[in-house]
Design a binder for this molecule. Structure first.
Ligand code: GLV
Length: 319
């Protein structure tokens, strides 16, 4: 059977050009998700799917695609894919770790800085025509240098964030289900802490866990109330890790001082309560969105796909 791939959303030319000419390629060159029925229809007879996080690959989709051998996500997160169902059917799942680590950590850091120093509010104010004189008490924020950063989820991106904190002489606390080895703790000057203790002690809390049932609403009313009133929460991982309704109350009622969010519970919808608050910096899920990184993600996804179709081990399999 000739090899055939569905690329369910836009992918750079350079990445698509890596696919051998004799492979069949069905390409949806838009960034709108294919409706489920269309996704199933277009997957028929395909051996591989290259998709973004906007495609949900569940049991029903897999059942309609009996020839499928690989689902290659162009993302490090893979909560859009039922990995267990893929495994049961012998479908390999791959993601794009490593290539986006530093870019994503850069953006989490940007959110942290922007929220702490009120950069977005300052920009709006400067443009508004209201700036009529130097003001002593204009837009006071919170110091970052020398403060305490709590990293929840100490994988690649969490550690990359911790590395940035070293340059700001911060005390770094981390929590994960597995404790890092002593060498990593030493290199990053990071101290392991139970999650609640970390939330109580940190001036900045940045989330870097996978979205799995155990991390859904990990930040909720109870855990938000543990945090300092001056604390800032950063989420560039997955929206549902935070209970957005509870966060809105926390930001409104001053349980915490601010937040920087790149991800939301029901993207692309943003909780209306967040939209009306000034102490939250919002971004439309762009933490890995740099020119170089998006291209590296796309090419890694294609390399994974070709490896599986050529009967070789995938480069970055999930699980
Ligand atoms: C983006 O959200 C990713 O998981 O890569």
């Amino acid at each position: 059977m000739p090899k055939s791939i569905l690329i369910s959303n836009v992918l750079p030319d350079q990445a698509r050009a890596m696919i051998p000419k004799d492979y069949g390629v069905d390409y949806n060159d838009t960034d709108s998700p294919l409706p489920k029925a269309e996704l199933i229809r277009r997957l028929r007879g395909k051996q591989a799917l290259i998709c973004h996080i906007i495609s949900t690959i569940d049991e029903e989709v897999l059942a309609g695609a009996p020839d499928l051998k690989a689902v290659c996500n162009v993302a490090v997160g893979f909560n859009n894919i039922d990995v267990a169902a893929c495994r049961k059917r012998g479908v390999v799942v791959t993601n794009t770790p490593d290539v986006l680590t530093e870019t994503t950590a850069d953006f989490a850091w940007a959110l942290l800085m922007a929220a702490a120093r009120r950069v977005v509010e300052a920009d709006r104010f400067a443009r508004s025509g209201q700036w009529s004189r130097w003001q002593w008490d204009l837009l006071w924020g919170y110091d970052v240098y020398g403060k305490t950063l709590g990293v929840v989820g100490f994988g690649r991106i969490g550690r990359a964030l911790a590395r940035r904190a070293l340059g700001f002489s911060m005390r770094v606390l981390y929590h994960d289900t597995v404790r890092a080895d002593a060498a990593a703790e030493r290199e990053l000057k990071a101290t392991y802490m139970e999650r609640d203790a970390l939330l109580r002690e940190s001036d900045f809390v940045s989330l870097h866990t996978l979205l799995i049932p155990e991390t859904r609403h990990l930040i909720d009313e109870r855990t938000l109330r543990l945090m300092k009133k001056t604390a800032i929460l950063v989420n560039a991982a997955r929206g549902p890790i935070v209970d957005e309704a509870a966060l809105v109350r926390a930001l409104k009622e001053g349980w915490i001082a601010g937040a920087g969010l790149d991800v939301f519970e029901e993207e692309p919808k943003i909780h209306p309560g967040l939209l009306s608050l000034t102490n939250v910096t919002l971004a439309p899920h762009i933490a890995s969105a740099s020119l170089d990184t998006r291209l590296a993600m796309a090419t890694l996804a294609v390399r994974n796909c070709l490896a599986v179709l050529e009967g070789k081990p995938p480069i970055t399999p999930v699980g």
